[in-house]
Design a protein around this ligand. Structure first.
Ligand code: TSB
Ligand code: ZN
Length: 644
């Protein structure tokens, strides 16, 4: 019989008999490899370890160290879930069950809603099936036969109908379970070692709200129990820090249906934090040569046609408002307005760089599915600025912005971040302005600026602004999910669109470059980050209430008010809890509200003009004269210490 040739990743070749399975080859290399093997890759395509090889090809064995293999493993666990659901609730119909970033899900059509108790039962049954050591077997079914066989399974029929060719693949799991699937999977349930079902949610078939609503069961799976436990611990921690929950509990912000999704209302305590952040950054900008302006939140459509937003950013804008003689639109960015500020008078090279800054409110039509608390919203206020400078000044301006970012992060206690060079996606050019030379130049300028600062960065294609590449600063949440906060963008496009100019030393008109930059991102996104970073226990300088005075009985109410007055006079944000409640309860509640200092006052404190200080982290600090406490807390506030 003729042989086929398998090329391994190290370049070595093996002559083998057709029909041999990747798992056999793994076994022949080493039993340990076979043991760790999850799935194969044949000519670059994922391939079942137990699927026979029929022609010469290159072969890779992916093991339980490989992220791509983890997706296959998770998808295989989703089959286990489907098998368990069908054993327990045979009337259920199967949708699809793909892996996702953090695990997998499976969609089911069933008249009765799954309960959390059902989830436990299903998980138990999954383990039972896992114990049976069942193989995942690939079989081929003719399309016409399949459609007949699955007459009553409407989702399956739709999926089969769509497949090209006369034959489709299915996978069995033991004698009773079979599902339409492209594969591949792990060879056997014994490979599956650690999983957990997490939640149930509604989901429309194919994500389309006109379709039937299904029940989606989410779960996750890892190669080891340890990895699973680490993940579940992080999930718990993420719940504890979730800014949407804390936003409610600490009365920071709210979202109301009557206003609309993605349009948060800042409550007094949240507004205090926001105002502090705004004051902070405005002060830093004043100190570093920025000029602040106010510009309106909307403009005529023509402005965005000219800037290119209309052509490239339309999808993210709210629809226009048709007035009698003009069409207006809510601005999705502040740049065009700032450009008009620059243009409002003649500029000379002596004036450059000109740094126009604004806490600019803007509106983006984010799709409802991606909205989240304060972190992704539809109305937002950006700590924005546009720097108009000569090409020679870019590098210095870039470093100046970086210094601002680093100082702001230090003051806010942000220590973990990555730099990301965000480039356009060459495969999707119409999302971006078309000028290859300009893109190459922008990219080069950013790389040089980063290299000369000696800062490392990762790269991401498809993340640029439509007008140019960006240097983004990425912060991650507890689950490791990254978002962009600060950003610095070099733009050669908008100056051209608006025909901007300044008079250079040679007396001729030259074109400036625009650097778009945001230091602390939008107030919304940064506050969402700070809430989670501190789990609501803000550094004293940012805490909405810095000290609360707790009289032990109503005999000290008057004294408590005097104490509070003195705190307020010293610029310390404070409250008095003069309810007729036990002081222990008042302490407990202040603690839950994460107030940094609780000042307990009884008869003794009143007589001596003292306060008994309790710190939210360190507990009882003993009694001290009020003036002493005031000067101590002032020091903590003024130093912007991130822990007291
Ligand atoms: C920096 N024109 C530039 C500006 O001059 C600009 O708007 N850049 S941006 O599109 O990248 O947005 C700036 C920052 O706003 C982003 O880095 C991100 O941190 C924040 N942001 C963007 N969209 C949202 C949103 N939907 N909700 C909250 N913050 C957002
Ligand atoms: Zn801009």
């Amino acid at each position: 019989m003729s042989q086929i040739e398998v090329t391994l990743p190290d370049g070595s070749k093996q002559a083998v008999t057709p029909g041999i399975r990747p798992i056999d080859i793994a076994q022949s290399i080493s039993p340990r490899l076979a043991d760790a093997a999850i799935v194969a890759k044949v000519d670059g395509e994922l391939y079942d370890l137990t699927r026979p090889l029929e022609k010469s090809a290159s072969l890779e064995i992916l093991t339980n160290k490989d992220p791509e293999a983890l997706r296959v493993y998770r998808h295989s666990t989703a089959h286990l879930l489907a098998a368990a659901v069908l054993e327990l609730y045979p009337e259920t119909q199967l949708g699809i069950g793909p892996p996702i970033e953090s695990g997998f899900y499976y969609d089911f059509d069933r008249a009765t809603a799954f309960t959390p108790e059902d989830l436990e039962k299903i998980e138990k049954r999954m383990w039972e099936i896992q114990q049976r050591n069942l193989p995942y077997e690939r079989i081929y079914t003719r399309k016409d036969e399949g459609l007949k066989k699955y007459r009553d399974a409407w989702m399956k029929c739709e999926l089969i109908d769509e497949r090209a060719g006369d034959v489709f693949t299915e996978y069995t799991l033991g004698p009773h379970f079979i599902d339409f699937c492209l594969g591949p999977h792990v060879p056997n349930t014994s490979k599956i070692k650690a999983f957990k079902l997490l939640s149930i949610a509604g989901a429309y078939w194919r994500g389309d709200e006109h379709n039937k609503q299904l029940q989606r069961i989410y779960g996750t799976a890892f190669f080891t129990r340890k990895d699973l436990e680490d993940y579940l611990n992080r999930l718990e921690e993420a719940k504890r820090r979730d800014h949407r929950r804390l936003g409610r509990e600490l009365e920071l912000f709210t979202v109301n249906e009557s206003v609309g999704a993605g349009l948060p209302l800042w409550l007094p305590k949240g507004a205090t934090i926001r105002r502090l952040l705004e004051d902070y950054i405005l002060e830093r900008e004043r100190a570093t040569g920025y000029q602040h302006v106010y510009t309106p939140d909307l403009a005529k459509v023509e402005l965005y046609q000219r800037s290119g937003h209309w052509a490239h950013y339309h999808q993210d804008m709210f629809p226009t408002m048709d007035l009698e003689t003009e069409k207006m639109v809510l601005r999705p960015m502040n740049c065009p307005h700032h450009i008009l500020v620059f243009e409002s008078k003649k500029r000379s090279y002596r004036d450059l760089p000109i740094r126009i800054a604004e806490l600019g409110t803007m509106y983006r039509y984010e799709r409802s599915g991606v909205l989240s608390g304060l972190s992704r919203v539809r109305s937002m206020t950006l700590n924005d600025a546009h720097i108009f400078c000569t090409p020679e000044q870019i590098k210095e301006e870039f470093s100046g912005v970086m210094r601002l970012v680093e100082q702001a992060y230090r003051d806010l206690g942000i220590t973990q971040y990555r730099y990301r060079l965000s480039l356009r996606d060459p495969a999707n050019k119409d999302k971006y302005v078309n000028n290859d030379e300009m893109w190459a130049l922008g990219e080069r300028v950013l790389r040089e600026a980063m290299d000369s600062l000696g800062l490392p960065y990762i790269e991401a294609r498809g993340e640029a602004a439509f007008y140019g590449p960006k240097l983004d600063i990425q912060l991650a949440d507890v689950m490791g999910h990254e978002e962009t906060y600060s950003t610095i963008q070099v733009d050669f496009h908008l100056p051209n669109q608006f025909g901007l100019g300044y008079v250079a030393a040679d007396g001729k008109e030259h074109r400036p470059v625009i650097i778009h930059r945001a230091i602390v991102s939008t107030m919304e996104r940064m506050v969402s980050y700070l809430i989670e970073l501190y789990a609501g226990a803000f550094p004293v300088w940012l805490a909405p209430v810095q000290a609360t005075v707790l009289p032990i009985t109503d005999r000290q109410t008057e004294y408590a008010r005097v104490v509070r007055k003195q705190l307020e006079d010293a610029g310390v944000r404070s409250t008095v809890d003069d309810r007729n409640e036990k002081v222990n309860l008042k302490i407990r509640e202040a603690q839950l509200q994460k107030v940094p200092y609780m000042l307990v006052v009884g008869d003794r404190e009143q007589q001596s003009g003292e306060v008994s200080v309790r710190n939210r982290k360190h507990g009882d600090q003993g009694a001290k004269p009020l003036a002493e406490f005031v000067s101590e807390i002032r020091k903590v506030i003024d130093s912007k210490a991130v822990s007291e």
